[in-house]
Design a protein. Structure first.
Length: 370
């Protein structure tokens, strides 16, 4: 570090850069981000791309220098123009987000491609994502798969997940999709854990294994994935792939329901209404059934109709009950079709209409309702 300093003070560009690195790491000299930034700036001003990159990082994060995203972007561009792959990729990110410069997705793609062509894994992943969505360029799913595969093979978890999705939806290769989903799942990507669980539960591209499916459901659920939380509740409620536990099932239903998951809201309403896994609470059951019903869940619409028709957990209201029976009936719910027919037959909550009642009775009968 002493020789670096002597040369740096004489204006030697590489010595200035090396002194900056030594000061950043505290190698052979006391660690000092402020002094490191000073020497990186001197080397950057002399055109050393590595120093330009280091200075950009320092400015973006406020390490040893006042945070300045605009100046950070300026130095990123200088390093990127000299072929520095990290700078090229990060310049793409900055252009994508409009952070320190005007947002420009087309130019972001250009820099992602330059870095990707140098083998930069994160840039390959980002380029794949842009191609898959048609952002900054024409959509090209085939090329997106190519770049996601390159990044996936370098261990980028998001690329592994993206590749798995593309293989499933574009190439229709369930076996290879499951392979890449597993790799991403093992790196903690919640969406991949969820998709792997679904594949294992149904034997899609992999041997059916409900026990392992339950394991991956739990991992995704613990990361807050609402679909996984709801399905983990189902597994626990019926003892699929794990020991039956209605109390824990109710806990996971509630977590998903509180995130707005319609099926979980319906399931939670059912558990509350029956007192399964928790104390019976018809008022709260109706609250959750209403939330699910408003999102179009047929069973919840019927359950809400029943609660309103009989005043269970809510004030009796035959007019509103008929409304929810009608919504569920239109979606093919056989009990709702029958209930709606009864209300039309007797003029409960709706104008009496025997012909309409007969129509709904017929629909229910055609589904096997006696």
């Amino acid at each position: 570090a002493k020789w670096f300093r002597n040369a740096a003070e004489q204006g030697h560009d590489k010595a200035q850069y090396n002194l900056g690195v030594a000061l950043t790491k505290g190698e052979g000299v006391s660690k000092s981000e402020t002094e490191a930034a000073k020497w990186n700036r001197k080397a950057a001003e002399q055109g050393i791309s590595l120093a330009q990159w280091n200075l950009a990082v320092a400015l973006a994060n406020g390490n040893g220098v006042a945070r300045d995203e605009i100046e950070a972007a300026k130095w990123l561009r200088k390093a990127a123009k000299q072929g520095h792959a990290d700078a090229q990729c990060n310049l793409g990110v900055v252009l994508m987000n409009g952070k320190g410069m005007t947002k420009n997705e087309a130019e972001a793609v250009k820099w992602y491609r330059k870095a990707a062509e140098q083998g930069h894994a994160a840039a390959q992943c980002n380029l794949g994502a842009m191609l898959a969505k048609g952002r900054g360029m024409a959509k090209n799913e085939t090329e997106a798969i190519k770049w996601n595969r390159k990044a996936a093979e370098q261990g980028i978890a998001l690329a592994q997940w993206n590749l798995g999705v593309a293989l499933l939806t574009v190439s229709k290769s369930e076996t290879e999709a499951a392979k890449w989903n597993r790799k991403a799942a093992e790196q903690g990507i919640a969406l991949a854990q969820w998709h792997l669980a679904v594949a294992l539960a149904n034997g899609n591209g992999v041997a059916k294994d409900e026990i392992e499916a339950a394991k991956w459901l739990r991992k995704a659920a613990e990361q807050g994935h609402a679909d996984a939380q709801c399905n983990l509740g189902v597994f626990l409620r019926i003892g699929k792939g794990m020991t039956k536990n209605e109390a824990e099932a109710a806990k996971w239903y509630r977590k998903a329901a509180e995130q707005g998951h319609a099926a979980a809201q319906c399931n939670l309403g059912f558990m509350l209404g029956k007192g399964r896994g928790m104390a019976k609470n018809e008022t709260e059951a109706t609250k959750w059934n209403r939330k699910a019903a408003e999102q179009g869940i047929t069973l919840a619409q019927w359950n809400l109709g029943v609660a309103l028709a009989h005043g269970v957990g809510v004030a009796k209201d035959e007019i509103e009950a008929a409304k929810w029976f009608h919504k569920a009936a239109k979606q093919g719910h056989v009990n709702a079709q029958f209930n709606l027919g009864v209300m039309l037959m007797y003029g409960q909550g709706v104008a009496k209409n025997e012909a309409e009642a007969a129509k709904w009775f017929r629909k229910a009968a055609e589904q096997g309702d006696a």
